[in-house]
Design a protein around this ligand. Structure first.
Ligand SMILES: C[S@@+](CC[C@H](N)C(=O)[O-])C[C@H]1O[C@@H](n2cnc3c(N)ncnc32)[C@H](O)[C@@H]1O
Length: 180
């Protein structure tokens, strides 16, 4: 699909699923406890910003990248309501087309929940390489793809998914999880 089509599809998804309230994920709450205080966090595919708002409330600064301009607008509107707008940056990015638009060594934490599992191996490898590059020395990445914790997702996949390929992603040497 094209950027225009994909962004519209995700806008529609967010229009349908946005409830008005933001519910922070368990994953965000668990992992935030491990972040250095006052971190600069990039939330890749952060959507309407439920987890980002939690990070802002904990005193961090957040950059959300997402394909959905609609979701990003909601994230910024909610941040404004709470007076966090100066600590939030939003940017529309399609991870299948664009490199991550940040200078090297700019973030303490790279965070992503259920948003990096849409791309083929080479795109995913490039994304991981970019994530490695934008992390400050000693920075950490907390990335969740599909997880057994996502009970509904996994039940759906068990019923509907077909396993095509189990080959591990051959990411660039320096972007391996061990080195992150
Ligand atoms: C399942 S939602 C997860 C949202 C949020 N991280 C959470 O945990 O609730 C996937 C997110 O990825 C974004 N997304 C999907 N495809 C994308 C792409 N090609 N580039 C950037 N963001 C994308 C969607 O707009 C959506 O916000």
């Amino acid at each position: 699909m094209s950027f225009e089509k994909d962004s519209k599809v995700w806008d529609l998804y967010h229009q349908k699923t946005a409830t008005g309230g933001l519910i922070v994920s368990k994953y965000a709450q668990e992992k935030e406890a491990l972040f250095p205080r006052n971190s600069v966090i990039i939330d890749l595919g952060g959507g309407v910003g439920a987890d980002a708002m939690y990070f802002l409330e904990k005193g961090h600064s957040v950059i959300i990248l997402d394909i959905s301009q609609y979701a990003l607008g909601i994230a910024m509107a909610n941040a404004k309501k709470k007076g966090f707008e100066s600590k939030l940056i939003i940017k529309q990015v399609d991870f299948s087309l664009h490199r991550i638009p940040l200078k090297p060594a700019t973030v303490d934490i790279a965070y992503s929940r259920l948003s990096l599992n849409y791309f083929d191996k080479s795109e995913t490898a490039l994304l991981l390489q970019d994530i490695f590059t934008i992390l400050k020395p000693g920075g950490k990445a907390f990335l969740t793809f599909k997880s057994p914790d996502e009970v509904e997702e996994i039940q759906y996949l068990r019923k509907h998914a077909t396993l095509h390929d189990t080959t591990p992603i051959p990411g660039p040497e320096k972007a391996s999880i061990r080195n992150l």
